[in-house]
Design a protein around this ligand. Structure first.
Ligand code: ASP
Ligand code: MG
Length: 420
């Protein structure tokens, strides 16, 4: 049994849904569990619905939701004939659920409403794909992931209860494969013990696929993307970027940690723990080999480059020349946690701590304000954080040309440069 994860781009248009279905049909000799994301940019569109609702702009919220509905109904119309009516009814049940909520006034947290609304993107896309596959004579079962993946109620970044989820998978998912070749479910989404929807963090569908793979267990996971393979840099920034045919779990977890947009960072642990290989393949060119990620990996990797723009460097200086030691550092980390802000890079001096963060204006202001009660705080914005794994002098020189380096950190494998 294999897990295939299809991201939003692979099902963003009618043509792409058709070719994705072709990839699935070609492999239906294997038992497949399909984990799907929301279509195209649906998640972003649903975020706008939640924002409007939570701001008290109810009409806007309903109007924005109407657009999401229309887009899905339109797609459905071009994909199904025999199963069109039934699928439309299924979608309409989901629509009604959300519209009920949008007609209320917000009384709970933003994050709670976010999850109740945003999760429906995956419900819609999986419903359409599943019915389209069925219309094309595949033996498919649609599964509501909220009956399977159990989480805590940390909305928008929910933690998965692996033991409970495993029990659900044993009892409710594994047996489905006796009757069906393909099970279609949703990425990114789970539910609490009170049946409230939760989400696992943006781009969390990769992680969902890894959870299913670990708990089934699956033979392999394939993430179908719009790139040929994992590359050593973002080809939009670096046209000379190259494909990497094989990587170790360790390398990928490091790349994701430093901000490479390859795979959701939480994905690797469940796969590594169960020694399940992960393939990254192109849905545009399924015949290409892509990248395999497993425990072996390869030696002699090219320099792997990750660039994070829009960084802010914050310097926390002790007010009285006392050393910045355990206690003040603990106080600062407490503030970071409160603001939900994690530094990308930190460095100590005797009386100050330097931290670099992704600059989210609101969080930066709150952090600076809270910390200013304890420290003198200085900020510098508009910086770029460059990370190079397996660096060499030539790469470092060429990527730092014309830049001023404000902070540097290096280990034998990784160099990080914060630049102005
Ligand atoms: N649809 C969600 C997002 O766009 C989850 C995912 O695609 O993995 O973040
Ligand atoms: Mg995605």
């Amino acid at each position: 049994m294999k897990v295939y994860k299809f991201g939003g781009a692979s099902i963003s248009t009618i043509e792409r849904i058709k070719s994705t279905a072709g990839i699935i049909a070609d492999h239906s000799g294997d038992k497949l569990l399909l984990v799907v994301s929301a279509m195209g940019k649906t998640t972003n569109a649903l975020e706008k619905v939640v924002d409007a609702f939570f701001d008290g702009r109810q009409e806007d919220a309903l109007l924005l939701f109407e657009q999401v509905k229309e887009a899905h109904l339109n797609t459905l119309k071009y994909l199904t004939v025999l199963r069109w009516k039934e699928t439309e009814d299924q979608l309409k049940d989901f629509f009604t659920e959300i519209e009920w909520l949008l007609h209320d006034k917000p009384v709970r947290s933003y994050d709670y409403y976010y999850d109740q609304v945003v999760c429906c993107g995956e419900m819609f896309s999986s419903t359409i794909l599943s019915n389209y596959l069925e219309e094309n004579k595949l033996k498919v079962k649609w599964l509501d992931v909220r009956d399977i993946i159990r989480t805590d109620n940390n909305f928008r970044d929910a933690g998965v209860d692996m033991a409970f989820t495993q029990k659900n998978i044993r009892e409710h998912v594994a047996p489905l494969f006796e009757e069906y070749d393909i099970v279609v479910t949703q990425g990114f989404v789970g539910a609490t013990d009170e049946n409230e929807s939760t989400t696992l963090g943006r781009e969390g569908s990769d992680y969902s696929a890894a959870i299913f793979a670990n708990l089934m267990p699956a033979e392999s996971v394939t993430i179908w993307k719009d790139v040929e393979a994992v590359m050593n840099a973002d080809p939009r920034q670096f046209p000379e970027a190259v494909n990497i045919p094989a990587l170790s779990y360790h390398e990928v977890i490091e790349m994701a940690y430093y901000g490479a947009q390859v795979i959701h960072p939480k994905t690797i642990k469940p796969l590594q723990n169960a020694q399940i290989p992960l393939f990254v393949k192109s849905f545009l060119n399924p015949e290409l080999a892509g990248t395999v990620i497993d425990k072996k990996g390869v030696k002699n990797l090219p320099p792997v480059v990750v660039v994070k723009a829009n960084q802010v460097l914050i310097q926390f200086k002790s007010k009285d020349f006392s050393f910045v030691e355990d206690k003040p550092i603990e106080q600062l980390h407490h503030i970071f946690r409160n603001v939900k802000f994690k530094p990308n890079l930190t460095q100590n001096t005797a009386i100050s701590l330097l931290c670099c963060f992704d600059d989210h204006a609101e969080k930066t202001d709150r952090l600076a304000l809270d910390a200013s009660l304890l420290f003198d705080v200085e900020l510098e914005k508009n910086l770029t954080l460059l990370t190079i794994r397996h660096y060499d002098d030539a790469t470092v020189t060429s990527l730092t040309k014309d830049k001023t380096i404000v902070l540097e950190q290096r280990t034998p494998t990784t160099i990080q440069l914060l630049m102005r």
